[in-house]
Design a protein around this ligand. Structure first.
Ligand SMILES: Nc1nc2c(ncn2[C@@H]2O[C@H](COP(=O)(O)OP(=O)(O)O)[C@@H](O)[C@H]2O)c(=O)[nH]1
Ligand SMILES: [Mg+2]
Length: 139
């Protein structure tokens, strides 16, 4: 299940992983695919919608918490710990970000409660092999 701010690259990552077959467009609601759950960024950004994520996470085996290093967004402290599944952090769009931006995104993810963080680009494929191996190792 992917979680994170609007535009972080959640739907694009699922598409790159082959976990969603439909074209990427604005995610308006929680969407269930055969092996993944996509969620709208609003559910992460607007606290009154948190329950959508908490309930959907009960169906998930892993939460991917995404951060876009090119945009500063608020990552609530220890938020990942309220999910009903273990979580890992993912810094997306590394093809478009500086090292400083990537490190700052990693800091935000850590204080949000994840322990492990991947850096990748769904666009260039950088970092995707490592990430795919990690996911394959879980099942
Ligand atoms: N440069 C770059 N752009 C990306 C990457 N991943 C997603 N995007 C772009 O970021 C925008 C938002 O992506 P989307 O998957 O809809 O974000 P979501 O709201 O988190 O589902 C789209 O224009 C994507 O093409 C990436 O790895 N690199
Ligand atoms: Mg989306």
């Amino acid at each position: 299940m992917v979680v994170g701010p609007v535009g972080a690259g959640k739907s694009t990552l699922l598409k790159a992983l082959g976990l969603r077959d439909t074209p990427v467009r604005k995610t308006e609601s929680v969407e269930f695919y055969s092996a993944a759950v996509d969620t709208p960024g609003e559910a992460f950004e607007i606290p009154t919608l948190y329950h959508m994520l908490i309930m959907s996470s009960m169906k998930a085996s892993l939460i991917l918490l995404l951060a876009d290093p090119t945009k500063r967004k608020r990552f609530p402290s220890r938020f990942a710990l309220s999910m009903r599944a273990p979580s890992v952090g993912v810094v997306t769009k590394i093809d478009a970000a500086s090292e400083e931006q990537i490190e700052s995104a990693e800091k935000a993810l850590l204080q949000c409660g994840v322990k492990k963080i991947f850096r990748l680009s769904s666009k260039t494929g950088e970092g995707m092999d490592d990430f795919r191996s990690f996911l394959a190792g879980l099942s």
